[in-house]
Design a protein around this ligand. Structure first.
Ligand code: F6R
Length: 365
């Protein structure tokens, strides 16, 4: 049942090229994004004042990525709200808001309650869900399925990757309706999106290097993830993944925010995972790496192949990933972080598929 692997989590990490391909391919026809059975019209998308994304945990982190991507490509305000907060904050939503809820299980109690609250206030709801026929899928006005297949490990991997892909597709479709994405850019993103599964495969093939880094760092008692923009969103996911399965304390920080407090926690040997996948922000990341190095941090950098050499000049170790369109980079950058968490937890002898105190589907408040 684990496909010959020791853990479901590892099996699911390895299934990601297929999960992403299965989620992507039925929605791209002749180079264009098509969603069958989706009732959102051009007039409706144009009338939207804002988009809200509501979710919990890793699904919320997908929303954090989507905020950067949608605001950049759609020029509409996007707010990402934790479902447990949305319920009780008297949210500003009405007919001119689209509320996108993201949930692997489709049964998360807070997300379901948030969906009902959004509907009650007159918003249209669009659910991105993995489990067919789940409560959230049934109650949302529209549903788009991630075709990740059953996810058994408590820590999500393939569901996260497929959710991200759906958010790219929604952005492309809305961008086409709004006319905010130039045709050449649209084509370039679609073409690169179709190359994501094989690029994920490439990263998975080179997993020994990540396993090696895990063997150096698995005894650290505190790990920091730093990055800017989309890298920051990926840091949040990398940090959550690590702490939930390895029980190592970790934090995700927007790299520019470190000096406003957190840098005081950096001491000799503290591991800082520094994400540097945005070419235009690369120099800013180099400065942040120098800041933490000066306080004794050990830096594991992650960047696209083009910048690997330059990053090696400042970081102690570097993970290099294939290049892609800048906005698609999260789909690749998250993979080494999943592997790193897995191998660290393995070294520490943790119960990887069933971490203590956690449930796969959180159906209570
Ligand atoms: C983390 C993880 C959780 C879930 C969260 C939401 O690895 O799996 O944080 O992402 O409980 O669950 P869903 O997506 O089922 O609503």
């Amino acid at each position: 049942e684990k496909g010959g692997y020791e853990h479901f989590m590892f099996k699911e990490i390895m299934e990601q090229p297929k999960a992403v391909r299965d989620t992507l391919s039925p929605r791209i026809k002749n180079g264009r994004v098509v969603f069958e059975n989706l009732s959102l019209t051009e007039e409706y998308v144009r009338s939207l004042n804002r988009i809200l994304i509501v979710a919990c945990g890793s699904s919320y982190h997908v929303g954090m990525n989507a905020k950067y991507i949608m605001e950049k490509l759609l020029r509409k305000p996007v707010e990402v709200v934790l479902a447990s907060e949305f319920r009780y904050c008297d949210p500003i939503v009405d007919e001119s808001s689209l509320v996108i809820v993201i949930s692997q299980s489709g049964e998360t109690a807070d997300t379901l309650a948030a969906l009902r609250e959004a509907k009650r206030r007159g918003a249209r709801t669009l659910a991105v869900v993995n489990v067919v026929g789940s409560s959230i899928a049934k109650e949302a006005n529209d549903v788009i399925y991630t075709w990740a297949g059953p996810e058994i490990a408590v820590a999500t991997t393939k569901a996260y990757s497929t959710q991200l892909v759906i958010l790219y597709l929604i952005t492309l479709r809305f961008g086409e309706l709004l006319g905010t994405i130039a045709p050449e850019e649209y084509d370039a993103i679609v073409a690169e999106l179709q190359r994501i599964p094989s690029k994920i495969e490439e990263i998975l093939e080179h997993r020994e290097k990540i396993q090696y880094y895990a063997s150096i760092y698995f005894n650290n008692s505190s790990i920091f993830f730093i990055g800017r923009n989309l890298d920051y969103a990926i840091c949040m996911e990398g940090s959550l993944k690590l702490k939930e399965i390895s029980y190592i304390h970790s934090e995700a920080y927007a790299a520019g925010e470190l000096k406003h407090g957190t840098i005081s926690l950096i001491e000799d040997g503290t591991l800082v995972v520094a994400m540097a996948n945005h070419g235009r922000l690369f120099d800013k990341m180099v400065s942040n790496i120098k800041e933490v190095k000066a306080r004794g941090a050990d830096v594991l950098g992650l960047t696209g192949a083009k910048h690997a050499r330059a990053l090696e000049q400042v970081a102690d170790n570097v993970i290099s990933i294939p290049e892609t369109h800048e906005i698609l980079m999260p789909s690749l950058a998250v993979i080494p972080l999943q592997l790193f968490s897995y191998y660290v937890a393995l070294q520490r002898g943790c119960d990887i598929d069933k971490p203590r105190n956690l449930a796969k589907s959180v159906t209570v408040e």
